[in-house]
Design a protein around this ligand. Structure first.
Ligand code: FES
Length: 176
């Protein structure tokens, strides 16, 4: 190969190397930008996830707080079998119902229907809790939905009987 030919080939190879170098630099940028975008999106996702779990954290905190409250509901003597009384627990806004069932059990639940929040009432004849809005029925012993639109059970109020009176001492959400 002549000297001129050698120089031409060398120039072509150098240009080719330069092109590859530029391509690689661009690719390096891509990796850098993609990494940055990835880190950004992961940070966003972590923040979003954190925000999304706040309600559950609050519920857990409330569960703990609910445990400490002890509120007198009624004198047992004023609540014969087959009757009920409304009260609030653990806050004024959390309306509830205490039932002395036909069989003699004491049970209590927050009384907002788990469908669309109408207050449920006790129907002595069938020994069940009834939501009048869309005919939702709840099992009196468990608070679980039996019929109608409600899908979730009513929050359970834990009870204690002392000195002839019934107390609310805690609340349990059984549906996570
Ligand atoms: S609100 Fe209770 S069944 Fe709809």
């Amino acid at each position: 190969m002549s000297e001129q030919g050698k120089q031409k080939r060398h120039r072509e190879e150098t240009e080719h190397d330069m092109m590859n170098l530029i391509e690689n630099l661009k690719r390096g940028d891509d990796v850098k930008y993609n990494r940055r975008a990835f880190i950004k999106s992961m940070t966003g996702a972590t923040v979003a996830l954190g925000l999304a779990t706040i309600p559950f954290q609050i519920v857990s905190a409330n569960k703990k707080a609910d445990k400490d409250a002890r509120v007198k509901i009624a004198e047992l003597a004023s609540l014969p079998k087959g009757s009920s009384v409304n009260f609030s627990y653990p806050t004024e806004g959390d309306t509830a119902i205490l039932v002395h069932t036909v069989e003699g059990e004491l049970v209590a639940y927050n009384n907002k229907c788990t469908h669309l929040q109408c207050p449920v009432f006790y129907e002595k004849e069938r020994d069940i809790l009834v939501c009048p809005c869309h005919r939702g029925f709840f099992n009196i012993k468990t608070g679980h939905p039996m019929e109608g639109p409600p899908q979730r059970e009513l929050p359970l109020i834990e009870l204690e009987v002392a000195g002839g009176a019934v107390y609310a001492v805690g609340r349990k959400y059984r549906h996570e």
